[in-house]
Design a protein around this ligand. Sequence first.
Ligand code: 5AD
Length: 356
Amino acid sequence: MLTKEEIVYWLKEDNPDLLQALWQNAGLVRQNHVGAAVHLRGIIEISNYCQRRCRYCGINATNKTVKRYLMSIEEILQVAQTIQGLGYGTVVLQAGEDFRITCDWVLELIKRIKNETGLAVTLSLGERHPDELEAWHWAGADRYLLKFETANPLLFKKIHPPKNKGVWKNRVDILKFLKEIGYETGSGIMVGLPGQSYEELADSILLFKELDLDMIGNGPFIPHPGTPLGKDNQQRKNPVQQVPNDALTTCKVNALTRIVCPDVNIPSTTALATVDRQQGRESGLMSGANVIMPDFTPLPYRQWYDIYPGRMLLYQTPEEQHALLVQMLRKIGRTVGQGAGASLNYLKRTERVFDS
Ligand code: 5AD
């Protein structure tokens, strides 16, 4: 187990030869624990309505220039069928905190996806009421993603204007609740938020461990010009402590996360692929990741899910996108994961498999 000091040391390391050892070590841990398989999940961004005012996010409620949409159940099912047709085991349903999305609507959606495709269902619908989270799990939702974004409560508060009670403690409480009621539970952070320090990244990695999470997704913070954090460039104000919001730092966070939490599922995120279009996906996989979540949201909706700028909008058909991914995996000696691809951490903590 790494100490906080060791994690900070590695986060600040810039010597390419030494970093090579970090990637190798993370790769070894990944191989020994979760193997060569890369699990593919199809994401559908089902709504971009949001009642929150997160200061980094392009679809926050105050951004009046965004065209808003909510997909219909039929539209979502059609995409889910495509995802299943490509051989994927999981669909991820993601949205802003949209209360047009009612509890019953999600219940119907989950039941229909389960009946008509058999896919594992991951929900990423924000801070919803515990009763809803529980009802959705009982209806068949397998996993839930809710990022805590930063382990620093003060920074969390700064970038998340409160709704009625939107303080950091609640998000961590929700994560604990999700685990308790049986979800495979995921979280993650943004890397390079204005005002974020190396110590704080280390605290986040240690919090992943403490919470015993099953899935951990990290991406670089990407300034969005239509948001408060995209406008004022606070990053330059404190150059010594400020963590860079680049691909390299994100890969270091991924590698250290893999070493500290060896059994978790880690996606090579779309945000990482956005800041490094050539190598991003691949370098995520080379630094500890074992999941890719390609975006299958149909156009024009995908374009309107504008959480940060530069997301890959080039329209490839799902089949083309899939073929390119498989080609890349083959090139780097990895295989396509089969089945639902549950997190080993989840299987162990729920005693579905035992430590060997
Ligand atoms: N840069 C990077 N990631 C972002 N997200 C939202 N806005 C940004 C941004 N500007 C990520 C957050 C959030 C998820 C929906 O998208 O991690 O949890």
